[in-house]
Design a protein around this ligand. Structure first.
Ligand code: PEP
Ligand code: MN
Length: 351
């Protein structure tokens, strides 16, 4: 349940009541709590009794008894959009973001070429997989730790924060050393042990929607992250399984907008995985921006036909610049990192 306080002085006694009932009490703000989420398992009868006791208190303005299955992620807890800080970049609540990068980090040359092009195009975030979840065991699985090292170099070179996927709980510490935004892939959206381990890293998380996940399941996955310590969650609609082999998945823009009305979390779209076709990436990215999502994430490769992973849906460097121009012509101005690294640091790169 969510408790709306009449005055901040209600926080300690409400928290004490919640704890006595075996619930955690999470305030919306450490300095000036106004809304409290009381989370945990409780029988329906005990829940009703606690709600009634809270409603009778003068320091409680309202008790929202049923905020849904993902209270921390819900608008009942935070009516306004939340802003997720990803290093020097803010996602949500303002200008949309452009995130760009290769599906997989393949080499220094490949990554640096894409990272520089992304920065030139006005992207705010560099994406790139070091550990890849591949359907075939024979497909390129990523460079692993070397890929992470290259991502750190690319961040140093461009000033762009980095999003990269973590596949397993035992990788979290290693990946979190480099990632500004830890990515949970679609296939792992309901891997609850991984969600809890990633949440415990205390970082922001990019949560891809599962291949056939409902909005509620997606929000409950976000709830796991928020409940276990993630500093913010960015939801990413990346296309759902469907029946037509002409496109890899179907971009559920309506679902992405619908989930935005339920949650304060930012929602971005991934037209690369959603379509599987590089000719459809820019138009669907522009559609997502026109619809008012908080950004787009696209796969980019200097030579897509030679890509080791997802080349068919990767746009080249010129197409990335073209996408940015078309977005600008639509009146979109992308959010960029608030600080660029000093050039002295950049000069040290690679030595
Ligand atoms: C990716 O972003 O490269 C990726 C594997 O995405 P998804 O989990 O959405 O398939
Ligand atoms: Mn990919």
């Amino acid at each position: 349940m969510i408790v709306v306080l009449a005055s901040a002085s209600g926080f300690p006694p409400v928290r004490a009541l919640a704890r006595r009932a075996g619930l955690r009490c999470v305030p919306d703000s450490a300095d000036a709590p106004h809304r409290l989420a009381l989370v945990g398992a409780l029988s329906p009868v005990d829940r009703d009794e606690l709600a009634a006791a809270l409603e009778a208190r003068p320091d409680v303005a309202e008790v929202i008894r049923d905020p849904g299955s993902a209270p921390l992620a819900s608008r009942h807890f935070r009516p306004d959009p939340s802003v997720v800080a990803v290093g020097p970049l803010s996602i949500g609540g303002g200008a949309p973001i452009l995130a760009a990068g290769p599906c997989a980090v393949e080499s220094r040359e490949q990554l640096m070429a894409v990272a520089e092009a992304a920065a030139r195009a006005g992207a705010g975030l560099l994406r790139g997989g070091a550990f890849k979840p591949r359907t075939s065991p024979y497909a390129f699985q990523g460079l692993g730790p070397e890929g992470l090292r290259l991502l750190a170099e690319a961040r140093q070179q461009t000033g762009l924060p980095v999003a990269t996927e973590v596949l397993a709980a035992e990788q979290v510490d290693l990946v979190a050393e480099v990632a500004d935004l830890l990515q949970i892939g679609a296939r792992n959206m309901q891997n609850y042990a991984l969600l809890a381990a990633v949440g415990a890293a205390g970082k922001p998380v990019l949560l891809k929607r599962g291949l056939g996940a409902t909005l509620d399941e997606w929000l409950m996955a976000a709830e796991y992250l928020l409940a276990t310590g993630a500093t913010g969650v960015v939801l990413c609609e990346r296309g759902l399984r469907h029946f037509d082999p002409q496109t890899r998945n179907i971009l559920d823009l309506a679902g992405a907008l619908a989930v935005k009305s339920l949650t304060h979390l930012p929602v971005i779209a991934d037209p690369s995985h959603a379509t599987g076709r590089r000719d459809l990436v820019a138009p669907m990215a522009l559609a997502a921006l026109a619809a008012g999502l908080d950004g787009v994430i696209v796969e980019v490769h200097p030579d897509p036909d030679r890509a080791l992973s997802d080349g068919a849906q990767s746009i080249d460097l010129a197409a990335l610049a073209g996408l940015a121009q078309r977005a600008a012509a639509m009146g979109v101005s992308f959010a960029t990192p608030s600080v660029r690294r000093p050039s002295a640091e950049v000069e040290g790169w690679g030595r």
